[in-house]
Design a protein around this ligand. Structure first.
Ligand SMILES: NC(=O)c1ccc[n+]([C@@H]2O[C@H](COP(=O)([O-])OP(=O)(O)OC[C@H]3O[C@@H](n4cnc5c(N)ncnc54)[C@H](O)[C@@H]3O)[C@@H](O)[C@H]2O)c1
Ligand SMILES: [Zn+2]
Ligand SMILES: [Zn+2]
Length: 345
């Protein structure tokens, strides 16, 4: 089968690989229909994810059709159309029982990282009963692909943890796929103001189209001032950090209102300062989270009721044969204006 393989030190290639086979009783083999590329895949290519070793088939998102299941799989059978979660979940360990699937002691984010992933014609999914979701008959597969990772991530780490409420004011720093998914899912709660902050004019324009009440280009050091102007000098009730840089986490601390919440989504690779000297008396909450994907069933329902349109984030479409071009397009988003690229197997 064709598969996109990580080769180490910045490179990857479309290679021929043997089709995966069942390795345990809870496994399913899924024939891929559609997949996509995540910012985390780019992190792997840069060598930022040591758990992912050269030779690994990348990808942790997608939809497909169940080919065969192990003897312990009871929820799925041959022919079922399924959504693949980016998080594999045993459903039984202490973390899974607390709904912290991302910390599953034998699962978590392993797909396309510690085990072969979805950017291929076939994939082996461990703990299939808990790690796959049935796709409703009339569901749009392209929209579903967005529910493998970015929508649960934005919703759980950003909107839920950030306690977005009707009438509240929120700022989202970072208008990449995750920040934009936070913009879309936060609107399920009717906040009064949603301010999007980014450096990229195109992404800010998209944010405006998708419901941002204001956008700020964070290029002149005046973002804090602008947020204060927009909020009557109060700051915002919820700040969602969807970048992962020290400077953007600093900005979160400068614009959170008393009683507010900073919900961090961004992956931080370097030390970040926490300004307790100015925050100690402001009754704020800071949350961190690795996506658990516990919201996936709910998001499928919301998508089915047309209250959410994840397809708005798909900008490009490719065939699996063209996946190297898809990576180039996704990686050069400033020029190509890419958000999510859809890849058909
Ligand atoms: N916590 C989790 O479970 C989880 C899961 C998936 C992704 N993530 C992380 O979420 C973050 C966002 O992911 P993404 O795919 O949208 O990334 P992305 O790189 O596409 O988007 C980041 C955006 O931040 C903007 N940006 C960069 N510097 C900025 C600055 N100084 N001020 C304002 N904006 C700035 C960029 O222009 C870009 O639009 C990443 O750090 C990613 O690793 C976390
Ligand atoms: Zn991802
Ligand atoms: Zn578990």
């Amino acid at each position: 089968m064709k598969a996109l393989v990580y080769l180490g030190s910045g490179s990857s290639a479309l290679e021929n690989r043997p089709r995966p086979v069942l390795a345990g009783p809870t496994d399913a083999i899924v024939r891929m229909a559609k997949t996509t590329i995540c910012g985390s895949d780019l992190h792997i290519l840069k060598g930022d994810v040591p758990s992912c070793q050269p030779g690994r088939i990348l990808g942790h998102e997608g939809v497909g059709v169940v080919e065969v299941v192990g003897p312990a799989v009871t929820a799925f059978q041959h022919g079922d159309r399924v959504l693949i979660s980016c998080i594999s979940t045993c459903g039984k360990c202490a973390y899974c029982r607390r709904l912290m699937y991302s910390h599953c002691t034998s699962g978590g984010w392993i797909l396309g990282n510690e085990i072969d992933g979805t950017q291929a014609e076939w994939v082996r999914i461990p703990y299939a009963d808990c790690s796959l979701y049935r796709i409703p008959d009339d569901a749009d597969e392209e929209a579903m692909v967005m529910l493998s990772d970015i929508f649960p991530t934005a919703f759980e780490c950003g909107v839920t943890n950030g306690k977005v409420e009707p009438g509240s004011t929120i700022a989202i720093i970072g208008a990449g796929p995750i920040g934009l998914a936070a913009l879309l899912t936060s609107q399920l709660y009717s906040p009064a103001q949603i301010i999007l902050i980014d450096l990229d004019d195109n992404r800010l324009e998209v944010a405006k189209r998708l419901g941002a009440t204001a956008t700020i280009k964070n290029a002149d050091g005046r973002a804090r001032e602008r947020v204060m102007e927009l909020t009557g000098d109060r700051g915002v009730d919820t700040v969602i950090e969807a970048v992962g840089l020290p400077a953007t986490f600093e900005l979160c601390q400068e614009i959170v209102a008393p009683g507010g919440t900073i919900a961090n989504i961004g992956v931080h690779g370097t030390k970040v300062d926490l300004h307790l000297e100015s925050l100690w008396d402001r009754n704020i909450t800071i949350t961190t989270r690795l996506v658990d994907t516990i919201s996936t069933p709910m998001l499928i329902h919301v998508l089915q009721s047309h209250k959410l349109d994840p397809k708005l984030l798909i900008t490009h479409r490719f065939k699996l044969d063209q996946i190297v071009d898809a990576y180039d397009t996704f990686a050069d988003a400033a020029k190509t204006r890419a958000l999510k690229v859809l890849i058909e197997a």
